[in-house]
Design a protein around this ligand. Structure first.
Ligand SMILES: Nc1ncnc2c1ncn2[C@@H]1O[C@H](COP(=O)(O)OP(=O)(O)OP(=O)(O)O)[C@@H](O)[C@H]1O
Ligand SMILES: [Mg+2]
Length: 306
């Protein structure tokens, strides 16, 4: 941590334009040192673009962006030594084996040979790939490649680890293993900044998060705050109700919503939803606590999600 910097990341009126397209539109947010911070949003929302500006891969158009107190427009070289990056697409060297991928990368950072060897073994152990170190990258499964990408991002002992959709396409076991690994990294004081489409991932991993759409921040806060503020405590899902009209609840404490052929009702107590369960007799009804997905779907453009 930079003793002088108040935040791990500080974005003020941050803008990124590609020609006529405004991919990131005057966003403001801060990430505290040592926290896990999530960015959620539909495809094309501006998550990767924001991350690429943070790790100095793409220049910003306007605004201010500080990483560990350093200005991305002037101190990119110092910032790059402090951040570890796992981009959305794997970009491992297919001609090298697992161990060599790490050693070559360590060389980019000017880490001396003996030290590079030691860090390679340490990080391989952390991501449980020690046994695979002599295997060609092409022979790794998707989950193993993701783990190797994380190992590579940790070689320079970053203060801030940036992960763009770290678990997309991975099976549930591997996702859980990765979550455990990220929690372990946090106990070492590393700030974790991640983007994800998985609401459960955001809920389980992130201290705070923001939901972004069309380059603008819709809401930010802790997962609990967002659920409490933007979705009532209980959700009733009704499936298989083709032909049924969305019922207009008798009380304005209930929010009614339709996504595809599924009807949703949100209420602060489960008792309020009981009459609706009766009204939908013969349909499949599920009463459950609201989750971040409810917040996300209510806030983002629903048409694009179907
Ligand atoms: N290099 C580029 N040149 C032109 N437009 C771009 C470029 N990179 C991204 N964009 C556009 O900027 C917008 C935001 O893209 P971005 O990749 O940041 O979205 P995202 O939130 O990461 O989406 P996803 O969930 O699909 O990864 C999109 O409209 C995209 O087409
Ligand atoms: Mg992306």
């Amino acid at each position: 941590m930079n003793a002088q910097s108040a935040f791990a990341v500080e974005a003020r009126e941050l803008v990124k334009r590609y020609g006529d397209l405004t991919a990131v539109d005057h966003i403001n947010f801060t990430v505290n040192h040592g926290e896990a911070f999530g960015m959620l949003g539909p495809n094309g929302a501006g998550k990767s673009t924001t991350m690429r500006m943070i790790y100095c891969r793409t220049p910003l158009t306007a605004g201010t962006l500080l990483v560990d107190g350093l200005d991305v427009t002037q101190q990119a070289r110092q910032i790059k030594t402090r951040v570890g990056v796992v981009p959305q697409e794997n970009n491992l060297d297919p001609d090298l084996d697992v161990r060599e991928n790490l050693l070559v990368y360590a060389r980019y950072f000017g880490i001396k040979k003996a030290e590079a060897e030691q860090r390679t073994q340490e990080t391989l152990e952390l991501v449980a790939l020690t046994e695979k170190q002599q295997v060609s990258v092409e022979e790794l499964s998707g989950g193993m490649k993701r783990r190797l990408m994380i190992a590579r991002a940790l070689l320079n002992r970053p203060h801030i680890l940036i992960l763009d959709e770290p678990t997309t396409g991975l099976d549930p076991h591997v996702r859980h293993a990765l979550w455990d690994m990220l929690r372990e990294l946090r106990t070492r004081g590393i700030t974790v900044l991640l983007s994800t489409h998985y609401m459960d991932e955001a809920e389980k991993l992130c201290d705070r998060l923001l939901i972004i759409n069309d380059g603008k921040i819709l809401v930010s806060g802790t997962p609990r705050e967002l659920i409490a503020t933007h979705a009532s405590a209980f959700a009733l899902e009704v499936r298989g109700c083709n032909g049924h009209q969305l019922l207009q609840p008798a009380t304005n404490h209930i929010i009614a919503d339709k996504r595809g052929s599924t009807h949703f009702y949100f209420a602060p107590s489960s008792e309020l939803l009981a009459p609706l369960i009766q009204a939908y007799e013969g349909c499949e009804t599920y009463l459950r606590p609201s989750n971040l997905e409810d917040v996300f779907l209510q806030l983002t453009d629903k048409d694009r999600l179907h």
